[in-house]
Design a protein around this ligand. Structure first.
Ligand code: BES
Ligand code: ZN
Ligand code: ZN
Length: 478
C-alpha cells in the first residue's frame, strides 16, 4: 500500500473512490443520508457500505480516535481490498474533526496485512494507493509527514515481525533468525554479534545449549546494539526465539504442537524493535538479544531428570523439556547482564506459558516484575500504544514452588497454580540484584499469535510487543 499526503482539495483529486468515516449519519449531506438510510447503515459497530454510483465508500466509526479509529481504518481497507480498486482518497478532517494520522495509518497498514507467501494460487497483492488530503489540517505538512513516516517505520516493522513468525519452521530456523538480525543490523547501522554452540559451551550457557541439542540446526545467540551519539540511558531487550517447540522428549500432543512456529515471537519482536530505532531517532542505547533455538526430540535430546548449570552457576532440575523457553532465557538474561553494565531497563519477551492464555486470553500480554513503578510505566505504554497488558503479581509464597530435591530450582512446578507467575519467578533467579527493579517479564504467549483474526490482526503472527516497547521508550522523554 502506498500512502501519501496532499495539500490539494478532495475535489481536485482524481481517485477511484472516496472514503468517508461516518460518526453520525445525520451530520452528512442530504444525498449521503439518503443513500445510507436506504441500506439501514448502522454507526454502532463497524458497518461498511460502498455506493458504486457515486464511488463513495462509507465506514462507520462512532469514536473517531485511538483504537476505534484504527479498527475502522482496518475494516475499511479490508473491504476496499476486495473491490477492484487502485486508488482511494480521503480527508484528514472528517466532519469537523481532525483524525489522528498515526492511528489512521496504523489501522490501514496493520489491517491490510495478510501472509500469502505460501499460497500457490493467490492473486498478486493489489497495490492500493491512498491519498490523504491535509489542506484543512491544523498541523503543518512537515509535521504530518514526519508522523506519517514514523508510523510507516513502525507498522512495516510490525509486519516484518508477523512475516517472521508466520514462516514455517522448515524455512526459518536459528541460522535464518541470525541472518534476519544481520540484515537488520546492516540496514540500521547496528552492531551485530552471533554466537554458536561452541560459545555457549565455553561460556557456561548449558541451559540454552541443552535445549537445542537434539536439533539438526545449531543454536544461535544473537546480539544487536543500537548506539546513538549521546545516549540518555541503556535499554536491554531479550527475546525467546524458539524457531520450533515440539516440547522435546516431554513431547507436545499433536494438537498442541500446531502453531509452535510462533514460539519465536519474543525474539522476533526484539528484532522488530531494533529495526526501527535508527529511523525513529531513538535517544537511548538499546541492546537486542535473542536466543534462537529449536526444541526437538532424538537420541541426543536433553531429558527430564537432567540437571543443567546456567551461566550464573545456578543448577536447574529438568522436570519437563517443554518448559524450555525459561532455560534459554535464563542464559540469555545472564549473558545480557554480564556483557552490559549500567542497565536502566531490561525486558524479556517470550511465548512462555499456555497458562498465560488461560489467565488473560488471546490478546493480553502477561506482565511481571518487582517494581510497581516500572509496571505502571509499562501500563501507560500499553494505553498509548493500544497493546493490551495485564499485571500478574509476584508474592513471597510462590518462590518455594520452584524448590528442587536435587538442584537449586526446577524448570517446571508440580502444581499448575500460578502457571505464568512461577515461570516469571524462575527467570527472577537469573536477574542480578542491581537489576531486580529494572526488569520486566512479558509473557506474549496469547497476544503474539492469532489463531483466529481479531482487531486489525489477521490469522497468525500479530507482532505483539513492538508498538508497546516503542511507546515505552517514547514516553521516557515525557
Ligand atoms: N511455547 C510454550 C508456551 C505456549 C503455549 C506458547 C501456547 C504459545 C501458545 C512453552 O514452551 C511451553 O510449552 N510451556 C508449557 C509449560 C509446561 C510444560 C510447564 C505449557 O504452557 O504448557
Ligand atoms: Zn515448550
Ligand atoms: Zn516454548
Amino acid at each position: 500500500m502506498n500512502i501519501k499526503l496532499t495539500l490539494k482539495t478532495l475535489k481536485e483529486l482524481k481517485s477511484d473512490i472516496k472514503l468517508i468515516f461516518v460518526k453520525d449519519v445525520k451530520k452528512l449531506s442530504k444525498d449521503n443520508q439518503k443513500i445510507l438510510k436506504k441500506v439501514s447503515f448502522n454507526t454502532s459497530g463497524f458497518d461498511t457500505y460502498f455506493d458504486a454510483q457515486s464511488n463513495v465508500f462509507y465506514q462507520a466509526c462512532e469514536i473517531l480516535k485511538k483504537e476505534d479509529l484504527k479498527l475502522a481504518a482496518s475494516s475499511a481497507i479490508r473491504a476496499i481490498s476486495k473491490l477492484n480498486i487502485k486508488s482511494v482518497k480521503l480527508d484528514l478532517v472528517q466532519g469537523n474533526k481532525e483524525l489522528n494520522i498515526q492511528d489512521l495509518v496504523e489501522g490501514f497498514v496493520l489491517g491490510k496485512y495478510s501472509f500469502t507467501k505460501y499460497k500457490s494460487k493467490e492473486k498478486k497483492e493489489k497495490n492500493i494507493s491512498l491519498t490523504i488530503c491535509i489542506n484543512s489540517s491544523k498541523l503543518s505538512e512537515k509535521e504530518l509527514n514526519k508522523q506519517l513516516q514514523d508510523t510507516l517505520t513502525i507498522t512495516s516493522s510490525v509486519n516484518m515481525v508477523r512475516d517472521i513468525v508466520n514462516t514455517p519452521p522448515e524455512d526459518y530456523f536459528p541460522q535464518t533468525m541470525a541472518n534476519s538480525a544481520k540484515q537488520i543490523a546492516k540496514d540500521n547501522d547496528l552492531e551485530f554479534k552471533v554466537h554458536g554452540e561452541k560459545y555457549l559451551l565455553e561460556n557456561g550457557m548449558n541451559a540454552m545449549f541443552n535445549v537445542g541439542r537434539a536439533s539438526r540446526h545449531e543454536s544461535k545467540l544473537i546480539h544487536l546494539t543500537y548506539k546513538p551519539k549521546e545516549p540518555k540511558g541503556k535499554i536491554v531487550l531479550v527475546g525467546k526465539g524458539l524457531t520450533y517447540d515440539s516440547g522435546g522428549l516431554s513431547l507436545k500432543s499433536g494438537a498442541d504442537m500446531v502453531s509452535m512456529k510462533c514460539d519465536k515471537s519474543g525474539g522476533s519482536a526484539v528484532l522488530g524493535v531494533m529495526n526501527t530505532l535508527k529511523d525513529l531517532g531513538c535517544e537511548y542505547e538499546v541492546h537486542g538479544i535473542v536466543g534462537a533455538v529449536e526444541n526437538m526430540i532424538g537420541g541426543d535430546a536433553y531429558k527430564p531428570d537432567d540437571v543443567l548449570k546456567a551461566k550464573n552457576g545456578k543448577t536447574i532440575e529438568v522436570r519437563n523439556t517443554d518448559a524450555e523457553g525459561r532455560l534459554v532465557l535464563a542464559d540469555c538474561l545472564c549473558y545480557a547482564q554480564d556483557e552490559i553494565s549500567d542497565i536502566d531497563y531490561i525486558f524479556d519477551y517470550a511465548t512462555l506459558t499456555g497458562a498465560c492464555i488461560v489467565a488473560l486470553g488471546n490478546q493480553t500480554i502477561g506482565t511481571m516484575g518487582h517494581s510497581e513503578k516500572l509496571k505502571t510505566k509499562m501500563q501507560k505504554a500499553a494505553n498509548t500504544s493500544g497493546e493490551l497488558i495485564g499485571l500478574l503479581p509476584f508474592n513471597r509464597y510462590l518462590p518455594p514452588m520452584l524448590k528442587s530435591g536435587i538442584a537449586d530450582i526446577v524448570n517446571s512446578t508440580t502444581s499448575r497454580a500460578a502457571g505464568s507467575i512461577t515461570p516469571g519467578l524462575f527467570l527472577d533467579n537469573f536477574i542480578k540484584k542491581e537489576n531486580k527493579k529494572k526488569w520486566l517479564h512479558l509473557d506474549i504467549a496469547g497476544a503474539a499469535y492469532a489463531e483466529s483474526p481479531w482487531g486489525y490482526n489477521s490469522f497468525g503472527g500479530t507482532g505483539a510487543g513492538v508498538r508497546l516497547t516503542l511507546d515505552f521508550i517514547k514516553n521516557l522523554n515525557k
